[in-house]
Design a protein around this ligand. Structure first.
Ligand SMILES: Nc1ncnc2c1ncn2[C@@H]1O[C@H](COP(=O)(O)OP(=O)(O)OP(=O)(O)O)[C@@H](O)[C@H]1O
Length: 250
């Protein structure tokens, strides 16, 4: 089990958001976290990444209570890609190299440089390597932030709407690369999303959150017309096209 969220509850001072959420992931799992605006998806991700401390419950990474992990140890286990990026001016290469920080003792090694170069190549960012991050488009910057998280080589990759700024080609590319990395590095990923069709195409596990509660967790069968109606209030049919399930609002 790479990730176990054990009965997590979190409240902001004036509102209870996450209520008793429990689920676990195995190596290779790609979890899509789904739900309406304001349901609590980002808050859940922040609880998993330790940006927020749940008032109740615990998060375990490979069996270790994440509250006992600090600094570089935490960073070797969890990488978090936030929804919005306030990014200082650096070259793309240096931004991605920052992901190697937990592994760098005295100086950057050849291995660190090769890892960064491989990831830049994988994400088609090679030609941007010497560009400054404040001179990139929103989508290009989003890919750089994802590249940095991948350079971190975490056990669990947490991403808050990683495709929100990306065009169709880059959405598919980034989600495919994440899938490839999950399989090669035997890690797991938790990704919040709004696009049910992209979720069905790439993820193998799904969580539906309704008003902070876990409405459903499991494989693609938990995404059906009844659950979608209950969570989103929308009537849909789900049809297979070229072997891929497609959600069609009716
Ligand atoms: N810093 C905060 N202080 C107080 N309340 C907050 C804070 N951040 C979020 N909330 C509230 O917590 C609830 C859940 O917000 P969250 O951002 O987790 O939802 P979400 O499912 O990610 O939404 P979206 O799909 O719109 O990004 C919302 O009601 C939101 O207003």
């Amino acid at each position: 089990m790479t990730l176990l969220a054990d009965d997590i509850s979190f409240s902001y001072p004036k509102n209870d958001v996450i209520k008793e959420i429990t689920f676990s992931l195995e190596e290779g799992d790609y979890l899509a976290v789904l739900g309406t605006n304001g349901a609590g998806k980002s808050t859940l991700l922040k609880c998993l990444s330790k940006i927020l401390n749940p008032q109740l419950g615990k998060v375990y990474i490979n069996g270790i209570d994440s509250s006992t992990l600090k600094g570089t140890e935490l960073a070797k286990n969890i990488a978090y890609v936030p929804q919005s990026h306030d990014y200082s001016k650096k070259t793309v290469f240096d931004s991605v190299l920052l992901g190697r920080k937990p592994y760098i003792k005295w100086d950057v090694s050849q291995n660190d440089i090769e890892i960064v170069e491989d990831i830049l190549r994988l994400l088609d960012l090679e030609n941007y390597s010497m560009r400054y991050t404040n001179e990139l488009s929103g989508g290009e910057l989003q890919k750089v932030i994802i590249a940095r998280a991948l350079a971190q080589q975490p056990k669990v990759l947490l991403m808050d709407e990683p495709t929100s700024n990306l065009d169709l080609k880059n959405q598919i590319e980034v989600l495919s690369i994440i899938k490839e990395i999950i399989n090669i590095q035997k890690i797991s990923a938790v990704v919040t999303m709004h696009d049910l069709n992209l979720a069905l195409r790439f993820a193998n596990k799904f969580i539906l959150i309704k008003e902070g509660e876990l409405f459903a967790f499991g494989d693609a069968t938990v995404l059906n017309s009844e659950s979608i109606k209950s969570v989103y209030g929308v009537d849909v049919v789900i049809e297979e096209y070229l072997g891929i399930p497609v959600v069609i609002p009716i």
